[in-house]
Design a protein around this ligand. Structure first.
Ligand code: GLN
Length: 383
Protein backbone atom coordinates (compact mmCIF):
# COMPACT_ATOMS: atom_id res chain seq x y z
CA UNK A 1 0.00 0.00 0.00
CA UNK A 2 1.30 3.49 -0.74
CA UNK A 3 1.91 5.60 2.35
CA UNK A 4 0.26 8.95 2.98
CA UNK A 5 2.18 12.24 2.97
CA UNK A 6 4.89 12.74 5.60
CA UNK A 7 3.67 16.23 6.52
CA UNK A 8 0.54 14.71 8.07
CA UNK A 9 2.60 12.98 10.75
CA UNK A 10 3.30 16.36 12.32
CA UNK A 11 -0.17 17.02 13.69
CA UNK A 12 -3.28 15.29 14.96
CA UNK A 13 -6.95 15.95 14.26
CA UNK A 14 -8.26 18.95 16.15
CA UNK A 15 -8.47 18.23 19.87
CA UNK A 16 -11.19 20.91 20.17
CA UNK A 17 -13.44 19.27 17.61
CA UNK A 18 -12.61 15.83 19.08
CA UNK A 19 -13.83 16.96 22.51
CA UNK A 20 -17.15 18.03 20.99
CA UNK A 21 -17.61 14.52 19.60
CA UNK A 22 -16.73 12.98 22.97
CA UNK A 23 -19.14 15.36 24.74
CA UNK A 24 -21.96 14.34 22.41
CA UNK A 25 -21.16 10.66 22.87
CA UNK A 26 -21.48 10.97 26.66
CA UNK A 27 -24.27 13.56 26.74
CA UNK A 28 -22.04 16.08 28.55
CA UNK A 29 -22.71 19.83 28.54
CA UNK A 30 -20.38 21.00 25.83
CA UNK A 31 -18.16 23.88 26.94
CA UNK A 32 -15.28 22.66 24.75
CA UNK A 33 -15.58 23.85 21.13
CA UNK A 34 -16.53 27.52 21.33
CA UNK A 35 -19.94 28.07 19.74
CA UNK A 36 -23.25 29.45 21.03
CA UNK A 37 -26.35 27.41 21.85
CA UNK A 38 -28.56 30.46 21.23
CA UNK A 39 -30.00 31.71 17.94
CA UNK A 40 -28.47 34.24 15.58
CA UNK A 41 -30.19 37.64 15.35
CA UNK A 42 -33.73 37.50 13.93
CA UNK A 43 -32.67 39.75 11.01
CA UNK A 44 -30.25 37.07 9.80
CA UNK A 45 -32.81 34.29 10.08
CA UNK A 46 -35.37 36.29 8.09
CA UNK A 47 -32.72 37.12 5.47
CA UNK A 48 -31.77 33.45 5.25
CA UNK A 49 -35.40 32.50 4.51
CA UNK A 50 -35.53 35.16 1.80
CA UNK A 51 -32.20 34.00 0.37
CA UNK A 52 -33.51 30.46 -0.13
CA UNK A 53 -36.08 31.80 -2.62
CA UNK A 54 -33.67 34.11 -4.44
CA UNK A 55 -31.25 33.49 -7.28
CA UNK A 56 -28.33 32.61 -5.01
CA UNK A 57 -27.97 28.87 -5.44
CA UNK A 58 -25.01 28.75 -7.80
CA UNK A 59 -21.37 29.78 -7.32
CA UNK A 60 -20.82 33.32 -6.16
CA UNK A 61 -17.80 35.26 -7.46
CA UNK A 62 -14.91 33.19 -6.10
CA UNK A 63 -13.50 35.98 -3.90
CA UNK A 64 -16.95 36.86 -2.54
CA UNK A 65 -20.39 37.98 -3.71
CA UNK A 66 -20.24 41.72 -4.57
CA UNK A 67 -23.14 42.66 -2.27
CA UNK A 68 -21.52 40.82 0.64
CA UNK A 69 -18.11 42.44 0.03
CA UNK A 70 -19.66 45.89 -0.21
CA UNK A 71 -21.52 45.46 3.08
CA UNK A 72 -18.41 43.96 4.67
CA UNK A 73 -16.19 46.85 3.55
CA UNK A 74 -18.66 49.35 5.08
CA UNK A 75 -18.86 47.41 8.33
CA UNK A 76 -15.06 47.20 8.62
CA UNK A 77 -14.82 50.92 7.94
CA UNK A 78 -17.42 51.65 10.63
CA UNK A 79 -15.33 49.97 13.34
CA UNK A 80 -11.71 50.40 12.21
CA UNK A 81 -11.84 53.62 10.19
CA UNK A 82 -10.04 51.84 7.33
CA UNK A 83 -11.13 52.74 3.80
CA UNK A 84 -11.65 49.23 2.45
CA UNK A 85 -12.15 48.75 -1.28
CA UNK A 86 -14.45 45.74 -1.65
CA UNK A 87 -12.83 44.88 -5.01
CA UNK A 88 -9.21 45.14 -3.95
CA UNK A 89 -8.85 44.46 -0.23
CA UNK A 90 -11.04 41.43 0.49
CA UNK A 91 -11.33 37.71 -0.15
CA UNK A 92 -14.38 36.03 1.38
CA UNK A 93 -13.50 32.61 2.80
CA UNK A 94 -15.05 29.63 4.56
CA UNK A 95 -14.50 30.96 8.06
CA UNK A 96 -11.36 32.40 9.59
CA UNK A 97 -10.04 28.83 9.49
CA UNK A 98 -9.71 29.00 5.70
CA UNK A 99 -8.65 32.66 5.90
CA UNK A 100 -5.67 31.70 8.09
CA UNK A 101 -4.65 28.87 5.75
CA UNK A 102 -4.91 31.23 2.77
CA UNK A 103 -2.87 33.87 4.62
CA UNK A 104 -0.13 31.38 5.49
CA UNK A 105 0.05 29.93 1.98
CA UNK A 106 0.07 33.43 0.51
CA UNK A 107 2.82 34.73 2.80
CA UNK A 108 5.15 31.78 3.30
CA UNK A 109 7.56 29.76 1.24
CA UNK A 110 8.40 26.26 2.46
CA UNK A 111 11.06 26.62 5.15
CA UNK A 112 10.08 30.16 6.15
CA UNK A 113 9.82 30.83 9.86
CA UNK A 114 6.64 32.17 11.47
CA UNK A 115 6.36 33.56 15.00
CA UNK A 116 3.49 32.10 17.01
CA UNK A 117 2.66 33.15 20.57
CA UNK A 118 2.11 30.26 22.99
CA UNK A 119 -0.61 29.55 24.08
CA UNK A 120 -2.08 29.65 20.59
CA UNK A 121 -5.24 28.58 18.80
CA UNK A 122 -4.50 24.99 17.78
CA UNK A 123 -5.05 25.52 14.02
CA UNK A 124 -1.89 27.63 13.70
CA UNK A 125 0.48 24.70 14.20
CA UNK A 126 -1.32 22.70 11.49
CA UNK A 127 -1.49 25.78 9.22
CA UNK A 128 2.28 26.12 9.57
CA UNK A 129 2.93 22.49 8.68
CA UNK A 130 0.52 22.51 5.72
CA UNK A 131 2.10 25.67 4.32
CA UNK A 132 5.62 24.39 4.94
CA UNK A 133 6.43 27.09 7.49
CA UNK A 134 8.34 26.52 10.69
CA UNK A 135 6.95 28.07 13.90
CA UNK A 136 9.11 29.98 16.37
CA UNK A 137 7.18 30.07 19.63
CA UNK A 138 7.23 33.07 21.95
CA UNK A 139 5.56 32.55 25.33
CA UNK A 140 2.69 34.61 26.70
CA UNK A 141 3.17 34.12 30.42
CA UNK A 142 0.34 33.54 32.91
CA UNK A 143 -1.36 35.18 34.73
CA UNK A 144 -1.32 38.29 32.51
CA UNK A 145 -0.22 36.50 29.31
CA UNK A 146 2.06 39.39 28.38
CA UNK A 147 5.06 38.80 26.13
CA UNK A 148 8.62 39.83 26.86
CA UNK A 149 9.63 42.37 24.17
CA UNK A 150 13.25 41.14 24.31
CA UNK A 151 12.16 37.57 23.70
CA UNK A 152 10.06 38.75 20.78
CA UNK A 153 12.99 40.75 19.39
CA UNK A 154 15.14 37.58 19.58
CA UNK A 155 12.51 35.64 17.66
CA UNK A 156 12.42 38.37 14.99
CA UNK A 157 16.21 38.20 14.77
CA UNK A 158 15.70 34.70 13.30
CA UNK A 159 14.24 36.44 10.22
CA UNK A 160 10.67 35.14 10.24
CA UNK A 161 8.46 35.77 7.24
CA UNK A 162 5.46 36.51 9.44
CA UNK A 163 4.04 36.67 12.95
CA UNK A 164 0.57 35.42 13.87
CA UNK A 165 -1.38 37.58 16.32
CA UNK A 166 -4.71 36.29 17.62
CA UNK A 167 -6.45 39.28 19.17
CA UNK A 168 -8.50 38.92 21.37
CA UNK A 169 -6.64 35.74 22.06
CA UNK A 170 -8.08 32.25 22.06
CA UNK A 171 -7.48 30.50 24.50
CA UNK A 172 -6.01 32.91 27.08
CA UNK A 173 -8.39 35.85 26.63
CA UNK A 174 -5.62 38.40 26.25
CA UNK A 175 -6.52 41.65 24.49
CA UNK A 176 -3.34 43.21 23.13
CA UNK A 177 -2.90 46.88 24.02
CA UNK A 178 -2.06 49.51 21.41
CA UNK A 179 1.44 49.75 22.92
CA UNK A 180 2.00 45.99 22.60
CA UNK A 181 0.73 45.99 19.03
CA UNK A 182 3.02 48.91 18.18
CA UNK A 183 5.97 46.93 19.58
CA UNK A 184 5.01 44.06 17.27
CA UNK A 185 4.61 46.45 14.33
CA UNK A 186 8.03 48.11 14.89
CA UNK A 187 9.73 44.70 14.93
CA UNK A 188 7.82 43.53 11.86
CA UNK A 189 8.88 46.71 10.06
CA UNK A 190 12.48 46.37 11.14
CA UNK A 191 12.66 42.77 9.86
CA UNK A 192 10.24 43.22 6.97
CA UNK A 193 7.78 40.56 8.11
CA UNK A 194 4.04 40.16 7.52
CA UNK A 195 1.68 40.41 10.46
CA UNK A 196 -1.11 37.85 10.11
CA UNK A 197 -3.92 38.65 12.52
CA UNK A 198 -6.86 36.48 13.55
CA UNK A 199 -9.62 38.66 15.02
CA UNK A 200 -12.94 36.79 15.19
CA UNK A 201 -13.61 38.03 18.74
CA UNK A 202 -13.17 41.74 17.92
CA UNK A 203 -16.66 42.52 19.29
CA UNK A 204 -16.32 40.37 22.42
CA UNK A 205 -14.06 42.56 24.54
CA UNK A 206 -14.62 43.44 28.22
CA UNK A 207 -14.25 46.98 29.56
CA UNK A 208 -11.88 48.67 30.16
CA UNK A 209 -10.12 46.74 27.38
CA UNK A 210 -10.72 47.83 23.79
CA UNK A 211 -10.05 46.20 20.46
CA UNK A 212 -7.35 47.79 18.30
CA UNK A 213 -7.45 46.77 14.62
CA UNK A 214 -3.83 46.00 13.78
CA UNK A 215 -4.22 46.98 10.13
CA UNK A 216 -5.40 50.44 11.20
CA UNK A 217 -2.20 51.25 13.13
CA UNK A 218 -0.16 53.94 11.36
CA UNK A 219 1.84 52.34 8.55
CA UNK A 220 0.56 48.82 9.29
CA UNK A 221 -1.86 48.21 6.42
CA UNK A 222 0.66 47.19 3.76
CA UNK A 223 2.17 44.37 5.84
CA UNK A 224 -0.96 43.18 7.65
CA UNK A 225 -3.01 40.21 6.52
CA UNK A 226 -6.17 40.36 8.62
CA UNK A 227 -8.19 37.17 9.00
CA UNK A 228 -11.63 37.38 10.48
CA UNK A 229 -14.95 35.61 10.67
CA UNK A 230 -18.64 36.35 11.11
CA UNK A 231 -19.05 33.22 13.26
CA UNK A 232 -18.76 34.74 16.70
CA UNK A 233 -20.09 38.23 15.96
CA UNK A 234 -23.43 36.96 14.63
CA UNK A 235 -23.56 33.53 16.33
CA UNK A 236 -23.35 31.67 12.99
CA UNK A 237 -20.36 29.36 13.39
CA UNK A 238 -21.97 26.80 11.06
CA UNK A 239 -22.33 29.26 8.20
CA UNK A 240 -18.55 29.23 7.69
CA UNK A 241 -18.17 32.83 6.59
CA UNK A 242 -14.89 34.65 7.02
CA UNK A 243 -12.52 36.86 5.12
CA UNK A 244 -8.96 37.90 4.41
CA UNK A 245 -8.29 41.64 4.28
CA UNK A 246 -4.97 42.91 2.95
CA UNK A 247 -3.22 45.20 0.49
CA UNK A 248 -4.19 44.72 -3.20
CA UNK A 249 -0.99 42.92 -4.25
CA UNK A 250 -1.42 40.43 -1.39
CA UNK A 251 -5.11 39.94 -2.12
CA UNK A 252 -4.33 39.26 -5.79
CA UNK A 253 -2.27 36.24 -4.64
CA UNK A 254 -4.62 35.22 -1.82
CA UNK A 255 -7.50 35.00 -4.31
CA UNK A 256 -5.61 32.30 -6.20
CA UNK A 257 -5.01 30.20 -3.09
CA UNK A 258 -8.64 30.56 -2.03
CA UNK A 259 -9.98 29.78 -5.52
CA UNK A 260 -8.13 26.48 -5.71
CA UNK A 261 -8.82 25.51 -2.09
CA UNK A 262 -12.59 26.05 -1.93
CA UNK A 263 -13.77 28.14 -4.94
CA UNK A 264 -15.93 30.09 -2.55
CA UNK A 265 -18.08 30.43 0.54
CA UNK A 266 -21.75 29.41 0.30
CA UNK A 267 -23.58 31.90 -1.93
CA UNK A 268 -27.00 31.92 -0.17
CA UNK A 269 -25.30 32.41 3.18
CA UNK A 270 -23.25 35.36 1.90
CA UNK A 271 -26.51 36.90 0.67
CA UNK A 272 -28.25 36.37 4.02
CA UNK A 273 -25.29 37.55 6.12
CA UNK A 274 -25.52 41.02 4.58
CA UNK A 275 -28.39 41.57 7.05
CA UNK A 276 -25.89 41.00 9.88
CA UNK A 277 -23.26 43.33 8.44
CA UNK A 278 -25.90 46.05 8.20
CA UNK A 279 -27.05 45.77 11.84
CA UNK A 280 -26.76 49.07 13.73
CA UNK A 281 -24.04 49.86 16.28
CA UNK A 282 -26.50 49.04 19.09
CA UNK A 283 -26.32 45.37 18.07
CA UNK A 284 -22.59 45.22 18.81
CA UNK A 285 -23.00 47.06 22.11
CA UNK A 286 -25.69 44.51 23.03
CA UNK A 287 -23.42 41.60 22.09
CA UNK A 288 -20.69 43.03 24.31
CA UNK A 289 -23.13 43.36 27.21
CA UNK A 290 -24.49 39.86 26.67
CA UNK A 291 -21.02 38.34 26.89
CA UNK A 292 -19.99 40.54 29.83
CA UNK A 293 -22.98 39.14 31.77
CA UNK A 294 -22.01 35.60 30.76
CA UNK A 295 -18.45 36.21 31.89
CA UNK A 296 -19.68 37.44 35.29
CA UNK A 297 -21.92 34.39 35.67
CA UNK A 298 -19.23 31.94 34.56
CA UNK A 299 -16.67 33.57 36.85
CA UNK A 300 -18.99 33.00 39.81
CA UNK A 301 -19.47 29.38 38.71
CA UNK A 302 -15.74 28.73 38.43
CA UNK A 303 -15.13 30.40 41.81
CA UNK A 304 -17.31 27.75 43.40
CA UNK A 305 -14.85 25.05 42.32
CA UNK A 306 -12.21 26.59 44.58
CA UNK A 307 -9.72 26.26 41.70
CA UNK A 308 -7.79 29.08 40.05
CA UNK A 309 -8.82 30.23 36.59
CA UNK A 310 -8.17 32.98 34.05
CA UNK A 311 -10.66 35.80 33.59
CA UNK A 312 -10.54 36.85 29.95
CA UNK A 313 -10.15 40.44 28.76
CA UNK A 314 -11.77 39.37 25.51
CA UNK A 315 -13.24 36.31 23.72
CA UNK A 316 -15.18 33.76 25.75
CA UNK A 317 -12.75 31.25 27.20
CA UNK A 318 -11.41 30.56 30.69
CA UNK A 319 -8.49 28.32 31.56
CA UNK A 320 -9.26 26.39 34.75
CA UNK A 321 -6.17 25.28 36.67
CA UNK A 322 -6.95 21.66 37.46
CA UNK A 323 -3.53 20.77 38.90
CA UNK A 324 -4.92 20.30 42.47
CA UNK A 325 -7.18 17.50 41.14
CA UNK A 326 -4.10 15.28 40.84
CA UNK A 327 -4.48 13.92 37.31
CA UNK A 328 -1.36 12.87 35.41
CA UNK A 329 -2.37 14.80 32.32
CA UNK A 330 -4.96 17.38 31.38
CA UNK A 331 -6.31 14.97 28.75
CA UNK A 332 -7.07 12.43 31.46
CA UNK A 333 -8.71 15.19 33.50
CA UNK A 334 -10.79 16.41 30.56
CA UNK A 335 -12.02 12.88 29.80
CA UNK A 336 -12.92 12.35 33.46
CA UNK A 337 -14.72 15.68 33.45
CA UNK A 338 -16.86 14.58 30.48
CA UNK A 339 -17.60 11.08 31.73
CA UNK A 340 -17.93 11.62 35.49
CA UNK A 341 -18.87 15.29 35.91
CA UNK A 342 -20.80 15.74 32.66
CA UNK A 343 -19.11 18.91 31.44
CA UNK A 344 -16.76 19.05 28.44
CA UNK A 345 -13.72 21.30 28.12
CA UNK A 346 -10.55 21.17 26.04
CA UNK A 347 -7.24 19.92 27.50
CA UNK A 348 -5.09 23.04 27.72
CA UNK A 349 -1.98 21.26 26.42
CA UNK A 350 -3.34 21.43 22.89
CA UNK A 351 -2.83 25.21 22.98
CA UNK A 352 0.70 25.30 24.42
CA UNK A 353 4.11 24.72 22.94
CA UNK A 354 5.49 24.21 26.47
CA UNK A 355 4.63 20.92 28.28
CA UNK A 356 1.75 22.56 30.11
CA UNK A 357 -0.84 20.21 31.61
CA UNK A 358 -2.36 22.51 34.22
CA UNK A 359 -5.41 23.72 32.37
CA UNK A 360 -8.75 22.77 30.93
CA UNK A 361 -10.27 25.41 28.64
CA UNK A 362 -13.99 26.07 29.03
CA UNK A 363 -16.07 28.51 26.99
CA UNK A 364 -19.14 30.42 28.11
CA UNK A 365 -20.93 31.19 24.84
CA UNK A 366 -23.99 29.43 26.18
CA UNK A 367 -27.48 30.33 27.42
CA UNK A 368 -27.71 31.26 31.09
CA UNK A 369 -29.60 28.02 31.83
CA UNK A 370 -26.86 25.94 30.15
CA UNK A 371 -24.16 27.71 32.15
CA UNK A 372 -26.11 27.25 35.41
CA UNK A 373 -26.61 23.55 34.67
CA UNK A 374 -22.85 23.24 34.00
CA UNK A 375 -22.24 25.15 37.25
CA UNK A 376 -24.22 22.61 39.27
CA UNK A 377 -22.13 19.81 37.81
CA UNK A 378 -18.82 21.64 38.19
CA UNK A 379 -19.58 22.36 41.86
CA UNK A 380 -18.91 18.64 42.44
CA UNK A 381 -15.18 19.09 41.80
CA UNK A 382 -14.86 21.51 44.73
CA UNK A 383 -11.64 21.08 46.71
N1 GLN B 1 -12.72 28.85 17.83
C1 GLN B 1 -13.47 27.78 18.40
C2 GLN B 1 -12.73 27.17 19.56
O1 GLN B 1 -11.61 27.47 19.80
C3 GLN B 1 -13.75 26.68 17.44
C4 GLN B 1 -13.49 26.99 16.03
C5 GLN B 1 -13.59 25.78 15.19
O2 GLN B 1 -13.76 24.67 15.67
N2 GLN B 1 -13.46 26.02 13.94
O3 GLN B 1 -13.29 26.34 20.23
Amino acid sequence: MPSTARRLAGFTESVIRGMTRLANQHGAINLSQGFPDFSPPEELLAALERATRGPHHQYAVTWGAPRFRQALAKKINRFSGLAIDPDQHLVVTCGSTEAMMVAMMTACNPGDKVIVFSPFYENYAADAILSGAEPIYVPLRAPTFDFDPDELAKAFAQKPKAIIVCNPSNPCGKVFTRTELLTILRLAEQHDAFVITDEPYEHIVYAPNTHVHFAALPGAFERTITCNSLSKTYSITGWRLGYVQAAPHVIAQARKVHDFLTVGAAAPLQEAAVAGLELPDSYYAGLGELYAAKRTLFTSILKQTGLKFTEPQGAYYSLLDISPLGFKTDTEAAEWMIKEIGVAGVPGSSFFREPEHRYIRFHFAKKEETLRAAGEKLARIKR
